[in-house]
Write a protein of this length. Structure first.
Length: 202
């Protein structure tokens, strides 16, 4: 699917579980139609209820000094800016000096393996300059290129691409673990705060 069909405008959404390959949940016609959700339904919602109600905080914009590079990256790689913001928040909570227990570095938490791939001469993902994980002006565009590449591998399917972003782009789906699968849900939960919505149909 062409990623350009995705929109950050307000719209109706379908449950994420119906979009993840292997899910047992098949969306009915009524699920694809927007309707009012009661407070009781919101409280009783499944973990995918974040698509109906945000529960992660009130931030609705990125740190001001990062907004320009995020917008430039979104435009360059034809990606929703809200999705990029949700991904950054999930990875580092906007901390450019973050280091994970496994050694992932910086704002977008690139691992050494990913950096080696991005900085390898002739790689199909990134070519302009060597990626510096500590510099947002380098890391954010590289993240956009990396996510765009994984989206192409997953035929534009965003939840699958986010799972692949976490697990590794070449890992087989049957080898995904629970953490990999839940990662997409967490990113999308955060992304909705920044104006991102899933499309009504893939």
């Amino acid at each position: 699917m062409d990623i350009r069909s995705y929109s950050e405008s307000t719209g109706s959404m379908i449950p994420l579980s119906s979009m993840i390959p292997g899910s047992s949940m098949i969306p009915s016609e009524s699920m694809l139609k927007p309707r009012e959700i009661t407070p009781q339904e919101q409280q009783q919602a499944s973990p995918l209820g974040f698509l109906l109600k945000d529960t992660t905080g009130s931030r609705s914009s990125a740190p001001a000094h990062l907004e320009p590079i995020i917008q430039q990256t979104a435009k360059r790689y034809n990606l929703p800016a809200g999705l990029l913001k949700g991904l950054i928040e999930q990875e580092s909570n906007w901390n450019p000096k973050a280091v994970s227990p496994t050694g992932a570095k910086g704002l977008v938490q690139f691992t050494s393996q990913t950096l080696d791939e991005l900085n390898r001469k002739g790689n199909p993902i990134w070519a302009p300059t060597k990626v510096n994980p500590w510099d947002p002006n380098s890391a954010i565009p590289a993240m956009g290129a990396y996510l765009s590449y994984i989206l192409k591998l997953n035929k534009g399917h965003i939840p699958s691409a986010l799972t692949g972003y976490n697990a590794g782009p070449y890992k087989r789906r049957k080898d995904y673990n629970r953490e990999n699968r839940e990662y997409a849900e967490k990113v999308l939960r955060r992304a909705v705060k920044y104006g991102f919505t899933l499309p009504e149909a893939m």
